[in-house]
Structures are given as structure tokens and as C-alpha cells.
Design a protein around this ligand. Structure first.
Ligand SMILES: C[S@@+](CC[C@H](N)C(=O)[O-])C[C@H]1O[C@@H](n2cnc3c(N)ncnc32)[C@H](O)[C@@H]1O
Length: 274
């Protein structure tokens, strides 16, 4: 099996739409009248969740009417936020067929189908014409991509000159053994962590100038601490990423441990197409 098939198999749940809808109903939500915010505890598959997406959109200065491509869009949480809160027209692409189907279904339920749509594709071979997007985003996807140079070259091709590329990935921060399973990969077979220096080099080579680099480690640790305190006080919330699978608890514990020990860091980079 090639890497892309293994990555898609890793993320495939099998009954994800039903699980999300059942969980929302149990939490008292009307699943026929959803907003992007109702879904935000179950559709943001990255460290810092919705808060990190808000900070990212702000730093990217996403503006009304901007055409945004979200690479590795998952079930569409960030894309729906960009559409609903920032007024962007968003196209998401993702390798995992179930995620693409669920992303489109949830987007219809939120009444956002005219502003956000999702298609199945590999980021290394995009189906779009040259220079069509104002901004491209890639949130917690690079860890699954062995050939980041190929993806960055494709992103540069589909961006308008001067367009922004926002990357928010888990990167390797120091040497040492990273524990598995992780949320993005159960083994090293589909995990390709790189250092911020490697991202900088590959982005420059693909035709980008890096405008800013932000380490979100403290931001994420602080949020996680607040969630733990809230859970200790009021009990574990019904809505959360634990619905993604039986081993999610172990995967989240591993990523938290690696973050605490400084082995990995969630890094946001904003680059401009030159
Ligand atoms: C950790 S999830 C993040 C999803 C989303 N960006 C979010 O933050 O909610 C990683 C996603 O990247 C997708 N992915 C991994 N490699 C990809 C590739 N080469 N092309 C397109 N999507 C890819 C996976 O299918 C998965 O949906």
C-alpha cells in the first residue's frame, strides 16, 4: 500500500457522520439547524482546536470574499470557520474519502454549502488552474507528507502572486524518541516530522518569503490546562475528539507528553508567494 492509502486508512472511521450527529443530539443540539460553532468541539483536528484556527485566520488577515484553499481539510472545521466568520469562499481538499463526504454533509447542515466545498485530492497533485487562490492554508497535515517540497510547489502554482500560504503543523523541536501512536499516525510509517528549519528551506525553495513564524506551544499548553481544570470541575465534556476512536485517549496523551517534553512544537508559519 502506498503512503497516501495508509494515511487515508489511518483517518477512516467508518461511521463518522453518524457518530458526530448522535453525539451532538445527545448534547442537546438540533442537528438540522447547526452552526459552525456547534461543531467546533468535534471538527477541529489540531492542537489548539478552534482557538488556534481563530488566531491563524487573524494572523493571515483573512478577508471577506477571499478565495481560500484549505489543504488536508479534514471534516471541514477550519474551512467552515473561514467561511462563516471571515466571509471567505473556501475549497477544501483531502485524501480521506470519508472526511470529504462528512465535511460536505456537515457544511450543508450549517447552511454554508454555497461558501465552502470539499473535494478528494492529494495535495501533491492539485486539480486547479494556476494562480486562482488568494490564500492557502494547511493545518496539521505536513506530518503525513513525506515530500513536502512537491506540495509547496503545487501550493505556489495555485496561489496568486503575493498570495499567502499559512502553515500550522506539528514540527520536530529537538532530538529524541517521539512516542506512537500519535493523533496523525499510529506508527512512524506515515509520520514525517520535520524541523522548522526544514520547512523554512523548502518554502524558500518553492518561491515563498516567510513573513512570520509563531511557536504555539505555550498557547496550546495553556488551553489544554484550562480544559483539564474544567473537566475536573464539571466532568468530561460529551463533545470532543475522543469520539474519533477507542485509542484516541492514548494518542492524545502521547502528543501532550511530547509537547510537554519539548520534543515537538505546533508551529505557525505565514509565507508570501513571490
Ligand atoms: C490531523 S488532520 C487535520 C485536518 C484539518 N486540517 C483540521 O485541522 O481539522 C490531517 C488531514 O490531512 C489529510 N492529508 C494527509 N495527507 C494528505 C495529502 N497528501 N493530501 C491531502 N490531504 C492529506 C488527512 O486525510 C487528514 O484529513
Amino acid at each position: 500500500m502506498d503512503t497516501e492509502k495508509k494515511v487515508a486508512a489511518h483517518y477512516t472511521h467508518g461511521a463518522l457522520e453518524q457518530t458526530i450527529l448522535d453525539t451532538l443530539r445527545a448534547a442537546g443540539k438540533d442537528v438540522d439547524r447547526l452552526t459552525a460553532t456547534d461543531l467546533s468541539s468535534v471538527d477541529e483536528f489540531h492542537l489548539g482546536w478552534r482557538d488556534a484556527t481563530i488566531a491563524f485566520a487573524k494572523d493571515l488577515r483573512l478577508a471577506t470574499g477571499a478565495r481560500v484553499l484549505d489543504i488536508g481539510s479534514g471534516v471541514g472545521g477550519p474551512a467552515r470557520y473561514f467561511a462563516e466568520a471571515r466571509g471567505c469562499r473556501v475549497t477544501g481538499i483531502d485524501l480521506t474519502p470519508e472526511f470529504v463526504q462528512v465535511a460536505n454533509a456537515l457544511t450543508r447542515r450549517c447552511g454554508l454549502a454555497d461558501k465552502a466545498e470539499f473535494r478528494e485530492a492529494n495535495a501533491a497533485g492539485l486539480m486547479f488552474e494556476d494562480a486562482v487562490f488568494d490564500t492557502t492554508t494547511m493545518i496539521h497535515v505536513g506530518m503525513n507528507i513525506p515530500d513536502k517540497a512537491a506540495v509547496f510547489t503545487e501550493v505556489r502554482r495555485v496561489l496568486k502572486p503575493g498570495g499567502k500560504f499559512g502553515v500550522y503543523d506539528v514540527m520536530r523541536a529537538k532530538d529524541g524518541e517521539v512516542p506512537y501512536p500519535m493523533p496523525w499516525a499510529r506508527t512512524t510509517e506515515t509520520s514525517f516530522l520535520e524541523t522548522p528549519a526544514a520547512y523554512q528551506r523548502l518554502l524558500a525553495h518553492a518561491g515563498f518569503e516567510i513573513e512570520s513564524e509563531t511557536d504555539r506551544s505555550a498557547f496550546v499548553k495553556d488551553l489544554a490546562q484550562k480544559r483539564r481544570a474544567e473537566a475536573a470541575k464539571s466532568g468530561a465534556p460529551a463533545l470532543g475528539l475522543h469520539i474519533l476512536g477507542a485509542d484516541m485517549k492514548e494518542r492524545l496523551a502521547n502528543v501532550t507528553g511530547a509537547l510537554e517534553s519539548g520534543l515537538i512544537a505546533p508551529i505557525q508559519m505565514i509565507a508570501r508567494a513571490i
